[in-house]
Design a binder for this molecule. Sequence first.
Ligand code: ATP
Length: 797
Amino acid sequence: MAQMTLDDEPFVVGEIDRVIFHNKDNHFYVCVLFIHETNTELKDETIVTGNFYDIHEGETYRFSGRVTEHQRYGKQFQAREFKKDIPRSEDGLVEYLSGEKFVGVGPKTAEAVVNALGINALKKIAEDYTVLHEVPGISDSRKRMIYRTIKENYATEEADLIMIELGIEPVKRAKIFDTYQSETLNVLTNTPYKLVEDIFGIGFKKADLIAQKAGIQKNSNERLSAGIHYSLERALNEEGHTYITLDNLITNTLTLLNDETTYFDSESVTEQVDLLATDNKLIVQDDRVTDKLFYYSERNSANKLYELSQVDMAKTSKKEIERMIGRVEKELDITYNEDQKIAIINAIVSPLSIITGGPGTGKTTIVKGIIETLRKINDIKPFVDYDESDGLYPIQLAAPTGRAAKRMKETTGIDASTIHRLIGWGRETEDTEIIDNIIDTEFIIVDEMSMVDTWLFYQFIKNVMPETQVVFVGDDAQLPSVGPGTVFKDLIESGVIPVTKLKTIYRQAEGSSIVKLAYEINNGQHVNIKERHDDRSFIEARTDQIADVVDIIVKKAVERGFDMRDVQVLAPIYRGPAGINTLNQVLQKVLNPRTEDKSEIEIGDKIFRENDKVIQLINRREDNVFNGDAGVIHSIVDQHDGGKESVTVDFDGNLITYERKDLSELAHAYCTSIHKAQGSEYPIVIMPIVSSYYHMLQKNIIYTGVTRAKESLIICGDANSFLNGIKREGIKRNTMLQTYLQDIFNMFEAVETTNQEETRVEELEEPKSFILTEEIVKAKKIDPMINMKGVTPFDFN
Ligand SMILES: Nc1ncnc2c1ncn2[C@@H]1O[C@H](COP(=O)(O)OP(=O)(O)OP(=O)(O)O)[C@@H](O)[C@H]1O
């Protein structure tokens, strides 16, 4: 669909009489406007609302958008876009020059300027200060002030015009002005690729358009560097690798940058990559390219794990541990199987250990067993009797999401927190800041490890004390973390940490065909998806029927007394007739229809309504609300209620208030992506699977979706898409943690046999040159660990 221009859309041009409300944080304005011209039904005066910047009372603007009807205040204009109306008549110009911006310029002086320089006075003055000498009777200081003011505004307007033409919306324009202030035009015209780094939401493509408009050569090195960075970031943040091979980086960069008129070749990319590496802007190792964050995270994590693995644990004999496990079995009325016992023993005797298994294999049961056995061996008080003034409880439980932590707490009775909270990673923490906050406890159990990404893992492991034991628990068949890396898989496959793989499935024995289906999917066995079971069913539907089918199933569930907390729809994509966005709209109508007494707030094409089920999309750490947490809208204050517009969400008793500017952090959660549902479980899961999801249908995605259902699973769609999907493996992520772990364990094991001195691994220091190839290491017999003591990656910024 063609984009509407400012001229096609409903518009109002007029003078701002008063600003009634201005939220400085998000530039949201409510103003009274005297209308000069409009193509709408509005007359004389109206309220205009929208996100603007640099709005001044008494000045004239052109707003485009739409007329809306407010319940209490009647018709008003909701602006999508705005533009300063540059005075086009001599009278307008006189009024402008004698306005509030030009301090000390009255109508007389303004008239003199216009008389002498005519209707193009502003342009003439901005281009050449000396034209002001043609105006009789004004002092030099006033001339300078007029020139400066015009110049500043001219630059702002120029910058604004460039951005409007490129379709950059007002909120982003305001952010750009906030960031660069008077330098905005300079950045846009001289160093536009900076925008990609500095402004969230401006990607390479947009910056490239700005650069071309500013006349920056398409074959410039500046553009090449920006293209290399963009290609690398995409491999890391979109595909989840922790490095990209140089060959792939070259191919991706050339595809991105070259067209009929531009030609970069492999050599020019390689040379630029080397230059960037020399400037510490990225890291090159052999044929791998990455950025500092991931290079140091993986290397330092491997080193720290080695260090932790070398600590001698206080010895409790295996016999004694087994005796204690026996007592725990009696108390909890359970008999652990052999694997489960080994998992508990490993957790207690090894500094580090891993427990992995599919649904219903007893991971939670073992976590409880470890806690109880530890408490008996070390005579630890029950959690309820522990006094906070004693410091952290000696056994800490953590998970990457709030939901998963909550479940741990419920099943064990011990406080569990998110990893972020455990290490004090707050809202104020910069994205790339390395946290220094040692976790003062004796034993840590981390659940849902498959969701932990490279950066979070490094932040966590770095803060574990050398004497602290750590147990990593998870299901490695689930989706890998949203962020880069496959940490849990790498830890398991490195072979340097004791792993217990749980194979006996207990929930299946309890008659769960959902668990059986999960194992069939994971093991690549034959699946009869159409077979009906008490706890799962399949409903045939085409893509265009999915919304109706979901609507019918949910209505039935509601009739039977289930509510929106029990039922979760999971889909893998956002757009299209069977996408998350459409399904949320359908489900909102069924589960939380519009009523007189429920307030609403409109954000773009979404309506948030009181009692809506919503999901948090990014971590909001200081409020203890995390990406993927679900809540219910408790109350809404709308713009005319007198106070600031806000939405308050109830996250399981934790009430969080969002201002309008923060509402992009929320989405409806009747239907969520399977990725977002990881770490949560629901009584009833409805999972559409249709051919239009094709590129997202993979084994681990479907497996993760299926394993979210506790009591009932309803799959609707097309059986072939399902069966083909479970045959498709996801893209294997490139990571180095496993190799680094194996390298360091092998290296020091060799040292230990020949050299009795204590070995200790320090944090890595930046090597002198990052282009440290294997050849150089071999030729010069360099120990790659030389010069790498006690320094963190960000000491080199
Ligand atoms: N050794 C055992 N003997 C009898 N029942 C067991 C044993 N181990 C686990 N179970 C039972 O199996 C069921 C699943 O166990 P648990 O919840 O610990 O598994 P899980 O791996 O954490 O599953 P999920 O990841 O799906 O939550 C529970 O009802 C639990 O009581």
